[in-house]
Design a protein around this ligand. Structure first.
Ligand code: NAI
Length: 292
């Protein structure tokens, strides 16, 4: 079964681009947010992204109009999910909010509608155990920016039906992304866990005075061929987000290696949140270029 109508819930950083990526492949998408201004912002940003493709000649004006028209902004959840074969949840990373939404979706949709979560740090078991018809729930984890990044991680819970995994894989391929399927679900999935391990070591090295962020970034770029070092990447992700993740981890493990570095805490306390605020571990003189 291929997905014919998709509803994406949450029109923030991820949901807006997930909806656009789907629409680019001829599937109609309802995009829902509880805040109307988020919907407006999502449509404006998507329009800008696609305009760049038209300007570069990689998209025709007809394709541009078609892709934008396929994303239908909506405030009402019940209307948005009517007739949807797949619902993708991309709301705030809060367990209670996600569980409440899944409970609503369980009531509003039929048992064949696949329910996917884009969560970065929770498992499907945590989110969907609260619903009755949980065999259709699965994690389908996109990467930021969705319109550029190829990888989509797929993680079934122990209760997810096997055909739902197959459907998720087929869907991801149909929208020109590359699925990687986990055999067993785990918080943080794969790529983010690996990055967290690198970041943890990098922060520790700086905190202990072994090297500067600049030196470590250069070593990782030139020695490991990563496009960005861990500090530049942290600036890209947002230092407030990185600090919150690190704090949660430290609370859970109590491991000194997980203690948030003082330098990171000081930067966030000073409003230096990375690229989005113009300064973090590095200074940025516009939204793209790194100042030396
Ligand atoms: P965001 O904060 O940019 O957007 C979340 C949106 O959900 C907001 O517009 C908010 O108004 C809306 N919302 C909240 N509760 C809602 C509800 N009950 N019904 C409808 N709309 C609701 O968040 P972002 O960054 O897009 O993250 C969304 C999800 O994607 C999270 O689970 C996050 O962990 C995950 N994720 C985020 C990545 C990132 O780089 N930002 C990367 C991969 C996954």
């Amino acid at each position: 079964m291929s997905e014919t109508r998709v509803a994406v819930i949450g029109a923030g950083t991820m949901g807006s681009q997930i909806a656009q990526q789907i629409a680019l492949h001829g599937i109609s998408v309802a995009l829902v947010d509880e805040q109307p201004e988020q919907l407006e912002r999502a449509l404006t940003t998507n329009r800008k992204h696609l305009q760049r493709r038209v300007d570069k000649g990689t998209m025709t004006p007809l394709q541009f109009d078609d892709a934008l028209a396929r994303v239908e902004p909506m405030n009402d959840l019940a209307t948005a999910v009517t007739g949807a074969t797949l619902v993708i949840e991309a709301i705030v990373e809060d367990l209670g909010s996600k569980q409440a939404l899944f409970q609503q979706l369980d009531e509003l949709t039929g048992s064949e509608t696949m329910l996917a979560t884009n969560t970065s740090s929770m498992t499907v078991t945590q989110i969907a155990s609260v619903i009755k018809n949980r065999g259709r729930a699965i994690a389908v984890h996109f990467f930021n920016p969705v319109l550029v990044m190829q990888l989509v991680e797929i993680a079934p819970a122990p209760f997810t039906r096997p055909e739902i995994v197959q459907r998720a894989v087929a869907f991801v391929e149909a929208i020109d992304r590359t699925p990687v399927v986990l055999d067993m679900e785990i918080e943080g999935l794969l790529a983010n866990r690996i990055i967290a391990a690198i970041r943890r070591e990098a922060f520790w090295l700086v905190e202990q005075g072994y090297a500067t962020p600049e030196a470590i970034d250069r070593a990782v770029q030139l020695g490991l061929r990563h496009p960005m070092g861990p500090f530049e990447l942290a600036d890209f992700n947002g230092l407030d987000v990185v600090l919150a993740i690190q704090q949660r981890r430290y609370e859970r493990t109590g491991d000194e290696m997980d203690r948030p570095p003082k330098r990171l805490e000081a930067l966030v306390a000073g409003g230096k949140l990375g690229r989005k605020s113009g300064e973090g571990f590095y200074s940025y003189d516009d939204s793209r270029d790194r100042a030396t």
